[in-house]
Design a protein around this ligand. Structure first.
Ligand code: ADP
Ligand code: MG
Length: 608
């Protein structure tokens, strides 16, 4: 029998390898641009024709190559970036496999022109289908220009497989975006069929985002900055209110390398979870810097996948970083509760005198005795974190319009025409479900259930994070019996339940005694609540502490929050409004629903 195994010629091997590295024009764009960055270029210009199918040209002002290197760079495994296996663990460059140029040359007509600064002239090499066709000296500026013509000219199957020029161009722009985003200090241009699509000047990340996505991004971004020993995270997230209905700007990088990592993407989405509507997607531009020894980027030929040594740690830090950014910046659109200006009136005196008759007319009687005896007014800006008892100023002019009954603390009204008109800002309840109040810019309608849901959610989350739950001892401890499976799940939940204020004691394998419950449990029985928590916990069970906490806080909050069709006193309404706007996110409930809406004066004017 004859031997049948043959070694494939290099050109064929390269063509096969090319299939992995170069799937479409955009892949070549990425590889060439990354090479230019690795070469230290400060200006990189990309020119394409027919979405890269006819021509891709990348011009850089990087370090250039010697004549020998210029020939060698088309060889497989020819790389200047690593020389021994250990180097794989300290990779800082974008490339290192030495495959890209060999692959591109195998399936296209390539012209390389390159010159180092120590050389008088540059060298030009033409390589077609892995064969060097020409080599000459050329005068040129320092740097490198790669011109790729007729990609897949010798692989018709691949060429036919390409999508429409519009679709391929979208891929090209996407790769261009990924590369340019993380290198804002480098200038880039992209010209397609003679038209300049992007002209990106050197700058910072924010400027680069604006250069790529439009200058209106200026007001949409929140900075993320988190430094730990092992990981540092920098970049921007898009404010929740600008979340998009389609997966839009989601850019995640590791050591500036664009990465697809569903698990870490989840960390970001999860951090936004209860702040954006269910059908919307958060936007982000985040780079994680880690020691190259802590990751393995070698697992995928196009290097869009990365393995982390400790991915759970990265998940937790990423999640925390995004939440911190959200928390530090109020995601709610500003609603201006008027700040009271000091009119020199002693409210302490005012509230002492009595006048029980409510004045529906203007001006309101300043000697009116309000029900709520509050002498001091707190600042009422959003995110100020005032507590429930504190008073928020509110011009409350609707009351005057409607001639409503008023029965609360007096307010001054800086906008008011007469200084002795004390505004007794009010809250009214509509349909026992909505809290209505006024703000400077109009009428605010708050869904009482969703508002309370948000308030309790943040409270429970804080308790879960800080050990601060309060419990109330049960006079008659109740037994809570489950099946063996559920009992073991409940055991798993015990530390968190304890933080939330439950005091549970295991009586036997399947029964727990409920010795204490969260202090503000009133809407349902402890057993009902525990069952709900258990159910939701099982549905959302993951091995991640963060998810567990979010899930438990959500269940508790949804169970215990005031429902629609519940009458509320004015003080209760006021407390809800106050606490809501002290939340880190006031606009969206943990289930993604909008909590309040503002009917602006402008809208009103249009309607009336
Ligand atoms: P890798 O980037 O993985 O090293 P490539 O096939 O992309 O492999 O490139 C091979 C080598 O060619 C690089 O290691 C580098 O030395 C050289 N090279 C490629 N492009 C450029 C460029 N634009 N400027 C200078 N050197 C380059
Ligand atoms: Mg490369």
């Amino acid at each position: 029998m004859l031997d049948v195994i043959k070694l494939l010629p290099d050109s064929v091997a390269n063509q096969i390898a090319a299939g992995e590295v170069i799937q479409r024009p955009a892949s070549a764009v990425k590889e060439l641009m990354e090479n230019s960055l690795d070469a230290g270029a400060t200006q990189i210009d990309l020119v394409v024709k027919d979405a890269g199918k006819a021509l891709i040209m990348v011009v850089d002002n990087g370090c250039g190559m010697s004549e020998t290197d210029a020939r060698l760079c088309f060889e497989r495994h020819a790389t200047s970036k690593i020389s021994k296996a250990e180097d794989l663990f300290s990779i800082r460059t974008m490339g290192f496999r030495g495959e890209a140029l060999a692959s591109i040359a195998a399936i296209a007509q390539v012209e390389l022109k390159t010159r180092r600064k120590e050389d008088e002239v540059g060298v030009k090499i033409i390589n077609e289908g892995s064969v060097v066709k020409e080599q000459t000296l050329v005068p040129m500026a320092v740097g490198t220009t790669f011109t790729i013509k007729n990609l897949f000219f010798n692989v018709p199957a691949r060429r036919n497989f390409l999508k429409s020029p519009a679709a391929e161009m979208r891929h090209v722009v996407e790769e261009f975006t990924r590369v340019t985003l993380m290198n804002p200090e480098v200038g880039f241009t992209l010209t397609s069929d003679g038209k300049e699509l992007y002209h990106l000047y050197p700058g910072n990340l924010k400027q680069r985002i604006m250069g790529l996505f439009g200058s209106n991004y200026d007001g949409k971004l929140l900075p993320v900055n988190q430094e730990t020993d092992r990981v540092s995270i920098h970049g921007y997230i898009v404010k929740a209110e600008f979340a998009k209905k389609t997966r839009g700007e989601q850019y995640f990088f590791v050591n500036k390398r664009y990465i697809k990592h569903p698990y870490l993407h989840h960390a970001i989405e999860n951090a936004f979870m209860e702040m954006i509507p269910k059908d919307s997607f958060p936007g982000y531009f985040l780079n994680i810097e880690v020691d190259p020894a802590d990751i393995d980027v070698n697992i995928h030929p196009t290097k869009t996948e990365v393995n982390f040594l400790d991915v759970k740690l990265v998940y937790a830090i990423l999640h925390a970083a995004v939440r911190k950014a959200i928390g530090q910046n109020n995601l709610s659109p500003m609603i201006d509760f008027d700040e009271p200006t000091n009119l020199g009136i002693d409210f302490g005196e005012v509230v002492k005198s009595s006048n029980p008759i409510v004045q529906p007319s203007i001006p309101v009687d300043p000697t009116y005795n309000p029900f709520h005896q509050k002498k001091e007014f707190s600042k009422s800006s959003f995110g100020g974190g005032y507590s429930a008892g504190e008073k928020k100023s509110d011009p409350g002019d609707w009351r005057l319009l409607y001639g409503e009954r008023t029965d609360e603390s007096p307010k001054d009204d800086s906008q008011d025409t007469s200084s002795n008109t004390l505004d007794k800002s009010k809250y009214i309840q509509l349909n026992q479900s909505y809290i209505i109040t006024t703000v400077k810019s109009g009428l605010l309608v708050i869904d009482q259930h969703l508002a309370h849901y948000r308030i309790l959610f943040e409270k429970f989350l804080k308790e879960l994070e800080s050990d601060s739950g309060h419990s109330q001892q049960e006079l008659f401890p109740q037994p809570f019996t489950l099946n063996a499976n559920d009992a073991s799940v409940l055991r798993e939940m015990l530390p968190e339940l304890q933080r939330l204020g439950f005091v549970l004691e295991q009586a036997n394998a399947t029964t727990f005694m409920i010795n204490g419950t969260p202090a503000d449990l009133s809407e349902c029985t402890p057993a009902e609540l525990l069952e709900k928590m258990l159910d939701n916990y099982k549905i959302n069970r993951t091995d991640l502490q963060l998810d567990r906490k979010l899930c438990m806080a959500k269940t508790m909050a949804s169970q215990l929050s005031i429902k629609a069709q519940t009458p509320l006193s004015e003080l209760e309404m006021q407390n809800i409004a106050d606490q809501l706007f002290g939340c880190s996110v006031a606009e969206i409930a943990p289930d993604g629903k909008k909590i309040y809406t503002l009917l602006t004066l402008e809208e009103l004017t249009q309607k009336l």
